[in-house]
Design a protein around this ligand. Structure first.
Ligand SMILES: [Zn+2]
Length: 59
């Protein structure tokens, strides 16, 4: 029967814990509320902000 496929390799799940913030503007560098992108070196791609990212001051 056709359709018998090799079992898909389990995708390596990356939680982007090493994601690094990137800023568009140099003057915003270091301001976690102004992060333009998050880059994960493990995935070598831009990712969603990590859930545990601390956004600094709580108003
Ligand atoms: Zn990642």
């Amino acid at each position: 029967m056709f359709g018998f496929k090799h079992a898909a390799k389990p995708a390596k799940v990356c939680s982007h814990k090493k994601a690094l913030p990137r800023w568009d503007r140099i003057e915003n560098t270091g301001d976690m509320r102004q992060v333009a992108h998050w880059y994960c070196p493990d995935c070598d791609q831009f990712v969603e902000p990590p859930a545990e990212a601390e956004l600094g001051d709580v108003a």
